[in-house]
Ligand binder design. Structure first.
Ligand SMILES: C[C@](O)(CO)[C@H](O)COP(=O)(O)OP(=O)(O)OC[C@H]1O[C@@H](n2ccc(N)nc2=O)[C@H](O)[C@@H]1O
Ligand SMILES: Nc1ncnc2c1ncn2[C@@H]1O[C@H](COP(=O)(O)OP(=O)(O)OP(=O)(O)O)[C@@H](O)[C@H]1O
Length: 309
């Protein structure tokens, strides 16, 4: 009798879910600080990074369906929609593990620039994991989702967590930090793509002189000292990638000459983000960056403070 009731409840909950389209926001990140500490035996690198979610996102819609399998569509024709897409991979990983015997239709609306150093694909994967976990009531905790996320990519666990965080290991050892004090962010991505793998391969660890002061940045965040954070912003990938693509340096200079407290490359590039304290200066720099035609994608936004999806 007890088992029957449990079973009926489960079917009822699932039936409710058939009606629903789940919409999730997959937020972009910037790296306020990025240090690479050493190369590991598995080919990956140990890093120390301060991560920050910004108000810029892709939208992922998931609709459960009775037929088994995953179908995925996106608004960008050049993004794969099969196993090569991180959304597909993430959904499949969970659905296979839990032997889900129905399926999902997923629509991905991309707004985060692709191959930009803003964790677009990783964030989409994290959203897919959160969505699949909820729709099929898999009961996985955030920590369990993050453990599975790293199998998809090093940035995925952080994209599950979001907010301001210290990322260590290959990016999967995460310490949530207090929110960064409010500031505006200007994004400028030139019309080039940088492969993350190649960026790590080309990085000469022995030629990094002074490593970024990640501990000092964490302390500044704990003290809510935005200037202290800005003073310590540094990315070890930046010098090499800027040498290769001078346009990145030009975008940085333009932002800093137009009121950015500091401008820096995010991740392995090529996106540059600038930190602004007031909206008017942000707007002026935005207009100048558009007019300069240095960047293909220009976006004015702010840090994102809530962890709600
Ligand atoms: C540069 C950052 O964006 C900073 O947040 C991340 O470290 C990159 O994370 P990601 O794009 O999720 O990286 P993955 O998709 O897991 O790895 C892509 C490639 O980057 C290299 N890689 C990545 C992360 C890491 N800690 N060490 C590495 O050496 C590996 O060669 C790997 O084959
Ligand atoms: N959902 C997805 N969105 C964007 N790109 C995807 C996706 N799934 C797979 N890809 C492929 O992954 C590559 C990198 O895309 P992505 O936008 O995630 O890079 P990124 O912003 O540099 O990520 P990161 O900052 O984590 O290194 C692209 O070449 C793209 O074809």
């Amino acid at each position: 009798m007890k088992r029957e009731r449990g079973c009926r409840q489960r079917v009822f909950r699932v039936r409710c879910q058939w009606e629903e389209i789940m919409r999730l926001r997959a937020m972009a990140k910037v790296n306020l600080g990025l240090d690479v500490v050493r190369k590991r035996e598995d080919g990956y690198h140990d890093v120390r990074m301060v991560m920050q979610t910004i108000k810029m996102y892709d939208l992922l819609e998931i609709t459960p369906r009775k037929a088994k399998g995953i179908s995925l569509t996106t608004n960008l024709p050049y993004i794969p929609t099969d196993e090569r897409n991180l959304v597909y991979k993430a959904a499949k990983l969970l659905m296979d593990e839990f032997q889900v015997d129905s399926g999902v239709r997923m629509q991905l609306h991309k707004f985060i620039p692709v191959a930009a150093g803003m964790a677009g694909g990783s964030s989409d994967a994290a959203a897919a994991m959160v969505g699949i976990n909820q729709i099929f009531q898999l009961g996985l905790s955030e920590k369990q989702l993050m453990e599975r996320g790293v199998l998809i990519g090093a940035d995925v666990p952080y994209c599950v967590l979001r907010g301001t965080a210290l990322a260590e290991g290959i990016g999967e050892i995460l310490t949530p930090l207090p929110q960064l004090p409010f500031c505006y962010i200007l994004i400028g991505k030139p019309g080039i793509s940088v492969s993350t793998k190649t960026a790590y391969e080309n990085l000469k660890l022995e030629s990094i002189g002074n490593h970024p002061d990640i501990d000092g940045m964490v302390a500044a965040i704990e003290e809510q000292d935005l200037d202290g954070v800005i003073r310590r912003m540094e990315n070890v990938f930046e010098p090499g990638i800027v040498r290769q693509y001078p346009v990145i340096g030009q975008i940085k200079t333009l932002m800093e000459e137009n009121g950015a407290e500091k401008a820096m490359m995010s991740g392995s590039g090529p996106t540059v983000f600038g930190i602004f304290k007031d909206r008017k200066t942000l707007k002026q720099a935005y207009d100048r960056l558009i007019r300069s035609q240095l960047a293909r994608n220009v976006f004015a936004t702010q840090v994102f403070h809530t962890r709600r999806r």
